[in-house]
Design a protein around this ligand. Structure first.
Ligand SMILES: NC(=O)C1=CN([C@@H]2O[C@H](COP(=O)(O)OP(=O)(O)OC[C@H]3O[C@@H](n4cnc5c(N)ncnc54)[C@H](OP(=O)(O)O)[C@@H]3O)[C@@H](O)[C@H]2O)[C@@H](O)CC1
Ligand SMILES: Nc1ncnc2c1ncn2[C@@H]1O[C@H](COP(=O)(O)OP(=O)(O)O)[C@@H](O)[C@H]1O
Ligand SMILES: [K+]
Length: 465
């Protein structure tokens, strides 16, 4: 499980190299950075699994150098340490390797130890693990050792989290400077275990991806009225369940009033119903501060009409489900409204094409292309703004993969927009609240439960008064 703290930066390998170059340009040597990394990692290892006989697997590059640095420090602390793998011959890594006076064992026949430190490859992994390296990892995996990875589990792509082999699953990963995107995505997320970030004195470049943080909620004025809290209009199709889930979620997430068009006019008591003509008349009035389009909606002229009208308006808009299918079929996707779209993987592919291995890059490109905030839902939800900002949410549970869960998210995003949050902040906040509600609900969760869990989520964030 990933435990990168909320709000943390998630860097790419290129951004890490940029940070390193900047630090070196400002006078810190590469050896100093490596020494800081090794000292921090050795400390974290001693706190996590003190005194255990250790095998350090060292690679040919600087990740291997970190490994030698850790081996030297653990040995100096009296731990029984062996090293296997490469002996780096260039750069700062070679200096650390040269100080290791004991043997360097061959990966192919080294014996396991109760603690394995994985320092084979970090951000420089450039191709799939070679067969002999993979075979060594597979053999060592069988020993059931505790595994600590330095910077990244070896075999994980730093930028995408993709597996370039089958890494040893780490119990803890000590990330140097910053967490990497690969810690939060895909196979990397599974393989990283607990991610501890070691400060080695690097400054992050601008424009890095962030882990989604809980939203900062504004205190409510005591003389507020329902429309001042943010009125929401939900334009739904005939599927009553989806429409109702979106509308209820918007109310629970703080919208003062929700008007629903469609959903066969079946509102719960607190939801107001109206028809298309009345809803058209409401648009642009202070009673509607944000609109959701698409829950339970089939393709057809009514939806297309709404879509064209809403895209050309100025009221903040969320498009999901049937609304996304309509958007995919639209020749001219020019948008004036502040827009958030919330596609799941299938909807994303239909709108923007298959994302390929680098989901973050694909979602960022989609946001630029559509000039909208794109919320690409899934196990990790990636949120991108047209100006290039990207956030990743992992604060969620697979129990959220349940029918209607996306309709609930739509309602939450719309409610936060109606309360005046900017689209990128509303999208992040909503995804976090939705994820937190899912985690609170846990096993057996269904979409109907999520709106009812929101009061506890909001109260815990200090929104009770
Ligand atoms: N950034 C910073 O400030 C700091 C970074 N630090 C550390 O540096 C790490 C990055 O180091 P790095 O750039 O040397 O890359 P690394 O991960 O050791 O791998 C490169 C080596 O592996 C090789 N190689 C690649 N793929 C391979 C494969 N499949 N199979 C076999 N070989 C393969 C590649 O060979 P080549 O591709 O050149 O043939 C090269 O020799 C980073 O993760 C962190 O631990 C810290 O010291 C603190 C400061
Ligand atoms: N494996 C998972 N782990 C965490 N969250 C998930 C997972 N799978 C789906 N989700 C979340 O559940 C929601 C599902 O949305 P969606 O696919 O639109 O459902 P529906 O169409 O049934 O409403 C999204 O918020 C998504 O991020
Ligand atoms: K590693």
């Amino acid at each position: 499980m990933l435990t990168i703290p909320p709000g943390r930066l998630l860097l790419t390998a290129a951004q890490m190299r940029g940070a390193e170059t900047a630090a070196i340009g400002a006078g810190t040597t590469a050896e100093t950075l490596m020494a800081r990394a090794a000292t921090a990692a050795a400390r974290a290892i001693q706190a996590f699994a003190p005194g255990r006989p250790t095998l350090v697997l060292c690679g040919p590059g600087n990740n291997g150098g970190d490994g030698f640095g850790v081996a030297l420090r653990l040995a100096a602390a009296g731990v029984a340490v062996r090293v296997a793998g490469w002996t780096p011959s260039t750069g700062p890594a070679s200096a650390f390797a040269a100080r290791w006076s004991r043997p360097v064992e061959r990966l192919s026949n080294t014996a396991p130890a109760p603690l394995i430190v994985d320092a084979l490859f970090g951000t420089g992994l450039a191709r799939p693990l070679a067969d002999d390296v993979q075979a060594a990892l597979d053999r060592l995996r069988g020993a059931g050792a505790t595994v600590v990875a330095l910077d990244l589990p070896s075999g994980i792509d730093a930028d995408t989290g993709a597996a370039l082999g089958d890494p040893l699953a780490a119990d803890m990963t000590v990330a140097f400077g910053f967490a990497k995107r690969g810690h939060g995505l895909g196979a990397g997320r599974r393989a990283s275990g607990r991610v501890v970030i070691a400060d080695i004195g690097l400054a992050a470049p601008a424009g890095c991806t962030r882990q989604v943080a809980p939203p900062k909620l504004k205190e409510m004025d005591d003389d507020v009225h329902k429309y001042a809290r943010g009125g929401v209009l939900v334009i739904a199709g005939e599927q009553a369940g989806a429409a109702r889930l979106t509308a209820l979620a918007a109310l629970r997430a703080g919208a003062g009033a929700v008007t629903l068009v469609g959903g066969r006019g079946v509102p719960a008591d607190a939801i107001m119903a109206c028809d298309d003509d009345a809803a058209f008349a409401l648009l642009g009035s202070p009673k509607v501060r944000a609109v959701a389009l698409g829950p339970g909606m089939a393709e057809g002229e009514r939806g297309r009409d709404w879509l064209r009208r809403l895209l050309a308006a100025t009221t903040p808009l969320v498009i999901d489900a049937g609304g996304l299918a309509l958007l995919a079929g639209l020749g001219d996707r020019s948008v004036t409204a502040p827009l958030v779209v919330t596609p799941h993987a299938g909807e994303f592919a239909r709108l923007f094409g298959a994302p390929g291995i680098d989901r973050v890059a694909a979602v960022a490109a989609a946001a630029r292309q559509l000039r909208a905030v794109v919320v690409a839902k899934g196990r990790e939800t990636i949120i991108a703004a047209p100006d290039g900002r990207v956030a990743i949410n992992t604060h969620a549970t697979p129990w959220l993969a349940t029918a209607g869960s996306g309709d609930v998210l739509t309602g939450i995003v719309t409610a936060l927009l109606a309360q005046g949050l900017a689209p990128f902040d509303a999208a992040q906040g909503a995804v976090w609240l939705h994820g937190d509600a899912g985690l609170r609900g846990g096993a057996g969760l269904i979409a109907d439960d999520i709106p009812a869990l929101l009061p506890a989520v909001l109260s815990a964030l200090g929104a009770a008064s």
